[in-house]
Design a protein around this ligand. Structure first.
Ligand SMILES: NC(=O)c1ccc[n+]([C@@H]2O[C@H](COP(=O)([O-])OP(=O)(O)OC[C@H]3O[C@@H](n4cnc5c(N)ncnc54)[C@H](OP(=O)(O)O)[C@@H]3O)[C@@H](O)[C@H]2O)c1
Length: 251
């Protein structure tokens, strides 16, 4: 069971889900190290409340300091599914920050840098990784984002480290950090929709960033989530209290 003496590395801490993961870990008084490519951005975001370490998951030698002495890793890094400025086309000599570079090779690099005694590697993947030939996932995968997420998932499973793989539907709710339609629309659930979790890759629809972050953190407290890959979406009316233990046991 996770305790306050454990240290958790959040990769992608400055992202939409990542910021919410950090907030939730802080609320539970857990010790956090935030991995970022941009220290000053993270410093102004987290106002001295978390340790910050610079690193880029494309470059293995930038990850050694970040993973030193870490007990848990929550990986919510990501780039856009379709070409955008986030793919870093600026330099010919820098590999593009493409899905393959981030969600595939980057995840492999993070795994290689992880301590052998890591207690859990939590990975935010995506719905559709096992349905890449079906609509709408074949469109989403036009530039290989689902291929890359699956590459990351397979590397995690092959690493032998304890893992939890979370496959969200289309993300909804802020922080609005991406370039997708829900971000443009500022789409939100107002926290009114129930959390649905199912083993495998069977769910469709939208998932609240708030609940994806909740699941990343809550899963650390339940052994029933070890070495599991499950999808998450939000639908139906939310009960007064979300029973994580029950959700994780009955998925
Ligand atoms: N959008 C959707 O509908 C959807 C659906 C299913 C799954 N997902 C997945 O859900 C996760 C969270 O999504 P989000 O919208 O919250 O993400 P986001 O806001 O785009 O955040 C991405 C994070 O990854 C970091 N990052 C990108 N490239 C990196 C690199 N090379 N090295 C280190 N860090 C890097 C970014 O840090 P910087 O500050 O350095 O840029 C940022 O913190 C992602 O894995 C995404 O693929 C998204």
């Amino acid at each position: 069971m996770i305790s306050n003496s454990d240290k958790i590395l959040v990769a992608g801490a400055t992202g939409g889900v990542g910021q919410l993961v950090v907030a939730k870990l802080l609320a539970k008084d857990l010790s956090i190290q935030a991995l970022t490519r941009n220290r000053s951005k993270a410093e102004s975001m987290f106002e001295g409340r978390v340790e910050i370490v610079e690193g880029d998951i494309r470059y293995p030698n930038t990850l050694l300091e970040a993973t030193n002495g870490i007990n848990y890793i929550i990986c919510c890094t990501g780039t856009t599914a379709f070409p955008s400025l986030r793919w870093d086309f600026a330099s010919l000599f820098q590999p593009a920050n493409s899905p393959e570079a981030v969600d595939g090779e980057g995840v492999k690099n993070l795994l290689a840098a992880a301590p052998q005694d890591l207690k859990r590697f939590v990975f935010v993947s995506s719905c559709g990784v096992l349905r890449k030939d079906e609509l709408p996932y074949n469109i989403l995968n036009a530039f290989g984002v689902l291929d890359a997420k699956l590459m990351g998932e397979k590397a995690i499973i092959a690493s032998g480290l304890p893992y939890t793989i979370i496959r969200p539907g289309r993300l909804i709710d802020g922080p609005y950090t991406s370039y997708d339609l829900n971000t443009l629309l500022r789409a939100k659930t107002d926290g009114k929709k129930a959390v649905k979790i199912k083993l495998g890759d069977d769910l469709n629809g939208e998932a609240s960033r708030v609940d994806v972050a909740n699941v990343c953190v809550e899963s650390l407290f339940y052994d029933t989530t070890v070495n599991k890959a499950f999808s998450i979406a939000n639908e139906g009316e939310r009960p007064a209290l979300t029973n994580w233990s029950q959700l994780f046991t009955t998925m």
